[in-house]
Design a binder for this molecule. Structure first.
Ligand code: ADP
Ligand code: MG
Length: 259
């Protein structure tokens, strides 16, 4: 059985079919890229999976359990995590405090009352920070970190819930190419080591081709292609949407949409 099975999923805003009956599956230990031009329906899809938006049609099953109709907190408890921007919330806390907060929150799900809350999960938080290469900066406030390092902490915070599926909507937005590659290499390592599944969106084709196990392509709310990177690259419908040769498709997309 697939970890995630999405069938006939749809969502309209007014007259706009933002997501128009899509089907896809995701396996444990798989890094799946969801790509497509701006406005294709990627974020809407993410927000239906995490429960921020309610689907109008279709089904989203996690290990056979229907997620449509559940609240975000319930979906999170079932093991669907997402990266949050620390900048907006706990920038004044230190790196390790952010992860400790997430661990305490996750523990309410796990009912591990036997653990002494008094240690505030510091050692566990440090272990997670070690996995993302941030243990050495544990006691610095998040507000002073480099952008790429904040993103690593956000990943550690998301891992605290031990998600089976992690959703990352544009995780590398605003990053330089080197930072993008480092973050995705780290994500890939976590996928392999933990058998976690990741669904992510990304504008750089180079990043998608370098790290995704498989890619699905959305355009105007519909899935137009699916496959391994080399299959996607040469797919006629994908070429049509992106004007083919572009290394990143943001530019080509805006030209297309303006036309
Ligand atoms: P993407 O993430 O691929 O850029 P979105 O899922 O954000 O695309 O948007 C898909 C379509 O749905 C767009 O036409 C967008 O304008 C529309 N849309 C998204 N969210 C809303 C909303 N909350 N209210 C109205 N329209 C929305
Ligand atoms: Mg989006």
């Amino acid at each position: 059985m697939s970890l995630l099975k999405v069938s006939g999923l749809g969502k309209s805003f007014g007259g706009v079919k933002a997501v128009d009956g899509i089907d896809f599956e995701l396996q444990a230990g798989e890094l799946l890229a969801l790509i497509g031009p701006n406005g294709a329906g990627k974020s809407t899809t993410f927000n239906m999976v995490n429960g921020q938006l309610r689907a109008d049609a279709g089904s989203i099953r996690l290990e056979g359990v229907e997620l449509v109709g559940l609240r975000p907190r319930e979906i999170w408890r079932l093991g669907v995590g997402r990266t949050f921007q620390i900048a907006e919330t706990f920038a004044s806390l230190t790196v390790v405090e952010n992860v400790q907060m997430a661990l305490i929150s996750a523990d309410q799900r796990l009912y591990s009352m036997w653990r002494r809350a008094a240690d505030h999960k510091r050692s566990e938080a440090l272990a997670l920070l070690d996995q993302v290469g941030m243990a050495a900066q544990a006691d610095r406030p998040c507000s002073v970190l480099a952008y790429g390092d904040v993103k690593r902490v956000e990943l550690a915070v998301a891992m605290a819930n031990r998600p089976k599926l992690l959703l990352m909507d544009e995780p590398t937005a605003g990053m330089a190419p080197k930072e993008r590659n480092e973050l995705m290499a780290l994500t890939k390592r976590l996928v392999v080591e933990r058998g976690m599944a990741v669904l992510f969106t990304e504008h750089s084709m180079d990043v998608v081709f370098a790290y995704a196990d498989r890619t699905i392509v959305l355009a105007r709310g519909r899935l137009i292609a699916e496959g391994r990177p080399h299959e996607i690259r040469d797919h006629p419908k994908v070429q049509e949407v992106y004007f083919g040769s572009g290394k990143t498709f943001e530019k080509e997309t805006s030209i297309k949409e303006a036309a």
